[in-house]
Design a protein around this ligand. Structure first.
Ligand code: ABC
Ligand code: CA
Length: 530
């Protein structure tokens, strides 16, 4: 009986190509988002890169391959790269298409980033390490360099009839305008594809299937999702055949929520805004963050579980362009790793980059020297490692919604057993303290704050009282949930064996191929418990 049900459940996973990863297989992952042109050069050189010029600086897929140790050492097991298809060439008057979002031909690659072989080599280099590749795809529009566009310059949609009539979106409250008018401006019009036309729609469905297959992608980040009617998306996702995460750029859960019904997940923009304002200064409003997260938990299809949580991305000013108080920065950076969804870190945040609005937030990472022994790099390592430990030590960590246990005007206590995160926005001159009467631990349980590697002991009711110096966050774990031979505060850890988390994020990913089976087995195991 066991064997039969087991086999029936596992079989569909095994039938998939090695890395066609589903939403469930992304749940436990952590994503590093990079701008391909700005992350690393093929030969390791460090050309100058003035972001204000908005031109190609020289990053490539080979460059990414050469820096996978850097990414993996921080504990990431998935990489989101810039759109890969051929873009408009030359200086448009708004710079070059170094970001990859100005599609000219959906069936050719962007040669600035490398060749077909290079992109395939990146996919296999990632897979060899047990890491996932996420492609960024644009379906809504093609970019032109004149107005009206020269439609014959696009491929394969090369006539005006393939596009909605030109009108730039000026009323974001009119959803028909949002879907059928154009993004961009008269210098670089983003000609809006006529996705009401079945031929166009079917071409896009066939295209995404081919793209994912050709480059062995494990997931796709989908651009401009709110600019195409919702019922376009389910079949698009089905043809992609892998995890889909959509960009619906809006701050309201009521607007974003319905899109969680048509794709696996969304980038959690609604949380991003109150998250930023909560931690950007000591006057930030923590209750707005709490309220928003609770709304999202009840509005999104799977609560917050499958969202992508981020503090920075390529479209918004970096957090450190608004404050450089390192205590605030560390608190804000902690959030994506201790909440319900998949954490996403935008490259350069770990190096303390401070770029403001686009294009300043797209700095070349080679100018940092990729130094790994730095406070924020270490913070990221700790956060990834502690999350993997929590996942390993509690089989339902990933499916248990976080709870806010105690909120004051300057402190938050976020519980996601076995983890308790104690955050504050007092800044580096503050000494925050937290009192959490029912934290859910055992009486007098030995705990470890993994940020400072200090011991904390639960009280006789399993509650926690703690305080930190210099406003830094605390992330508590039972000492027994950390591995004595792991990388997280091993001197205080008392756990060993599989249930207690290795504390080493890198070891949580296996060799190519094995990981899918492992994920299938884990899924099967939890399924058996139902
Ligand atoms: C750049 C500059 C522009 C400049 C232009 C010439 O060059 O950013 O300021 O005018 C690509 C490039 C960009 C380039 C654009 C346009 O193309 O990366 O550098 O702009 O040529 C995605 C990608 C993004 C990409 C594109 C285009 C789309 O992530 O990198 O940009 O393929 C809209 C879209 C969203 C899009 C974003 C850039 O524009 O919906 O998909 N991102 C409101 C609207 C949003 C709108 C947003 C920004 O403004 O509702 O739909 O996003 O314009 C919240 C509200 C939101 C509000 C925000 C700002 O505040 O709830 O509704 O968003 O509180
Ligand atoms: Ca559209």
């Amino acid at each position: 009986m066991f064997a039969l049900r087991f086999a029936a459940f596992v079989a569909p996973f095994i039938a998939l190509p090695a890395f066609a990863a589903s939403a469930d297989e992304w749940r436990s992952r952590a994503i590093y988002q990079l701008v391909t042109d700005r992350f690393a050069t093929s030969n390791g050189s460090s050309p100058p890169c003035d972001t204000s010029q908005r031109v190609y600086c020289g990053g490539t897929w080979q460059g990414v391959i050469s820096k996978l140790d850097y990414i993996q050492n921080m504990g990431f097991d998935a990489v989101w790269i810039s759109p890969v298809v051929a873009n408009v060439e030359g200086n448009t008057g708004e710079g070059e298409a170094f970001h990859g979002y100005w599609t000219r031909d959906i069936n050719s690659l962007n040669e600035h980033f490398g060749s077909t072989d290079d992109l395939n080599a990146l996919a296999s280099a990632l897979h060899t390490r047990g890491m996932f590749l996420m492609l960024d795809v644009v379906v809504n529009h093609m970019a032109a360099t004149s107005n009206p566009p020269d439609y014959s310059s696009f491929s394969p949609f090369n006539t005006q009839a393939d596009f909605h009539l030109e009108c730039f979106i000026d009323d974001y409250n009119n959803q028909t305008d949002v879907e059928q008018c154009w993004l961009g401006d008269t210098t670089v019009p983003l000609a809006d594809l006529n996705t009401e036309n079945d031929d166009i729609v079917n071409t896009m469905y066939t295209w995404i299937k081919g793209l994912v297959g050709n480059y062995s992608a494990d997931g796709v980040r989908i651009d401009t999702v709110k600019h195409i009617r919702k019922d376009f998306w389910p079949q698009f996702a089905q043809n992609a055949g892998v995890f889909t995460i959509g960009e619906v750029l809006d701050g309201n859960t009521s607007y974003v929520g319905p899109y969680t019904q048509v794709l696996d997940s969304v980038l959690d923009y609604p949380t991003f805004y109150p998250l930023t304002s909560a931690f950007v200064s000591p006057t930030g409003n923590l209750s707005s963050l709490v309220e928003l997260v609770q709304q999202a938990q009840s509005t999104y299809k799977d609560g917050e579980f499958m969202t992508g949580s981020f503090l920075e991305n390529h479209d918004n000013p970096r957090f450190q362009s608004m404050t450089q108080d390192q205590a605030l920065v560390k608190n804000a950076m902690t959030w994506p790793f201790i909440q319900d969804g998949v954490p996403i870190l935008y490259y350069g945040q770990e190096q303390g980059y401070t770029g403001g609005a686009d294009p300043a937030n797209r700095e070349a990472l080679w100018l940092s020297g990729y130094v790994e022994d730095k406070p924020l790099v270490n913070h990221v390592k700790t956060l990834n490692a502690v999350r993997k430990s929590a996942i390993a030590s509690n089989g339902s960590f990933l499916t248990t919604p976080l709870k806010f246990l105690a909120t004051t005007s300057s402190t938050l206590a976020v519980s996601k057993p076995p983890l308790l995160a104690l955050l504050s926005n007092g800044g580096n001159a503050s000494s925050p303290s937290w009192s959490v009467p029912n934290a859910g631990y055992a009486a007098n349980e030995p705990l470890v704050d993994v940020v400072s590697c200090a011991s904390v002991t639960a009280d006789s009711n399993g509650g926690v009282s703690a305080s930190s110096q210099g406003g830094v966050p605390m992330v508590l774990m039972p000492a027994s949930a950390l591995n004595k031979s792991g990388s997280v505060c091993s001197n205080l850890a008392t756990g060993s064996g599989s249930g207690s988390g290795s504390g080493n994020a890198a070891s949580a990913v296996g060799a190519s191929g094995g990981i899918i089976l492992a994920a299938a087995l884990a899924a099967a195991a939890s399924y058996m418990l139902l």
